[in-house]
Design a protein around this ligand. Structure first.
Ligand code: PLP
Length: 428
């Protein structure tokens, strides 16, 4: 038994499934999860000291690479002054101003401690503001694990094959209407059925929780138009895509303006931070200026704010956005070329700093149905062959991959060499 196997059996005795978030248990790929000891730059090191090139990046936050000196030093300096006050700090203003500057549709922003809280609070705000109960989400999109949003969800819910969870009362779920991603007709029909009842549409602007599915040209704009036509609000959930698909998020990349945006992951630079923000008039509808209640003991935590501020300040430096996209493209096109060389049916999607790989002979993968037709068994084989060779991919066929600024050309070359070998073995 290696250390990870030992830790896993120990963990399973005191933590359900041995993990604090389901997808980490490797249920989607089988085998024992790798227990991590430390991380640096593009690499994570497991409890046995083995190094992996990491394309998970803590599921997105580590966009600068692990243990970035600017973030580490900001965290240490801030910690010396106290860990939490439950009272406002200037750091909160600095981060809020930077977020408003980077994402122009955000005029005001409220900090929370996770993406789940951000989307849950944003949904409540749209319901309170519009005085309507129903919401539209898309099949395969994941917006955290709050009751209203855990209906036909992606991510771990998909990996476990339970996209709608027991424990979500049918009375709550009935207000969540689900449409097909990249199918505007399904949204039109739903609005026609409930013209006066829909508070908001919430969408992942690039779906990253059913692998990686970019929106079809015009899809997000058409959503915007339908929301305007029916008096519903548009929430773009940029928890994953924010600052990653582009500095101004996927909304900047695709040129669509939401009413509210939700953020997480990168905004905390590895510390637990989420946020929701948008039009002033709507944001002022939350407490204490408005009637919709929302709060948090650790919201705006100084260390988390300092980490997020350092992360975004570093990220916005000239050339970084472009470099992240270039490295992602290098990896994506490299993998596709190798799969073709070995005659393995393969599709790759990528945008900005995120990517997804699919084992399939379909010409493209742009819908939930097409994702479900891909060969999850082939993915499992590939995943383990890469893991053996020191490349850590997301342990599920339904998760996106994440590039960081720490990934060098050599890291990508090493990854492609490993993939070359993996594909060659998979043919036999
Ligand atoms: N929204 C999106 C698009 C996500 O990808 C996630 C998490 O992966 C969430 C919301 C929930 O964020 P958290 O896990 O921080 O609660």
């Amino acid at each position: 038994m290696n250390h990870s196997e030992n830790f896993f059996s120990q963990a399973q005795k005191v933590i359900p499934g041995g993990v604090n978030s389901p997808v980490r248990a490797f249920n989607g790929v089988g085998g024992t999860p790798v227990f991590i000891d430390r991380a640096e730059g593009a690499y994570i090191f497991d409890a046995d000291g083995k190094q992996y090139i990491d394309y998970v990046g803590s599921w997105g936050p580590m966009i600068l690479g692990h243990n970035h000196p600017a973030i580490l030093s900001a965290v240490l300096k801030t910690a010396e002054k106290g860990l939490s006050f439950g009272a406002p700090t200037p750091l909160e203003i600095d981060l809020a101003e930077l977020v408003c500057q980077l994402v122009p549709s955000i005029e005001m922003v409220r900090m929370v401690s996770s993406g789940t809280e951000a989307t849950m609070s944003a949904i409540r705000l749209t319901r309170g503001y519009t005085k309507r109960d129903k919401i539209i989400k898309f099949e395969g999109c994941y917006h955290g694990h709050s009751d209203s949003l855990l209906v036909k969800a992606g991510s771990g819910a998909l990996t476990l094959g339970q996209p709608s969870s027991p424990g979500v009362p049918a009375d709550f779920a009935k207000h969540t209407l689900t449409c097909e991603y990249n199918n505007i007709e399904s949204v039109k029909q739903t609005f026609e059925q409930y013209p006066d009842d829909i508070a908001c549409v919430i969408i992942e602007p690039v779906a990253g929780n059913m692998n990686c599915i970019p929106p079809k040209a015009g899809f997000l704009q058409q959503l915007r138009e339908l929301c305007d036509q029916y008096g519903a609000l548009l929430i773009i959930d940029e928890v994953m895509t924010g600052f990653r698909v582009a500095l101004g998020g996927a909304q900047q990349y695709y040129g669509v303006t939401p009413d509210l945006t939700t953020l997480g992951k990168v905004i905390g630079g590895g510390m637990p931070v989420g946020a929701f923000g948008g039009k002033k008039e709507i944001m002022q509808y939350i407490a204490p200026t408005g009637p919709v209640y929302q709060a948090g003991t650790l919201s705006g935590n100084p260390i988390a704010m300092a980490a997020g501020l350092a992360c975004l300040t570093e990220l916005k430096k000239a050339g970084n956005e472009q470099r992240l996209a270039e490295q992602t493209e290098k990896l994506a096109l490299g993998l596709k070329a190798l799969a073709d060389k070995h005659g393995i049916p393969f599709v790759v999607n990528y945008v900005g700093g995120m990517f997804g790989i699919f084992f399939t002979d379909q010409p493209e993968v742009s819908s939930y149905q097409q994702v479900m037709k891909c060969d999850a068994e082939k993915f499992k084989q590939f995943f383990h062959k890469m893991l053996e060779q020191g490349v850590y991919l997301a342990p599920s066929a339904y998760e996106a991959g994440f590039m960081s600024l720490a990934h060098s050309d050599e890291d990508i070359e090493r990854t492609l060499q490993a993939a070359d070998k993996a594909f060659a073995e998979m043919k036999t």
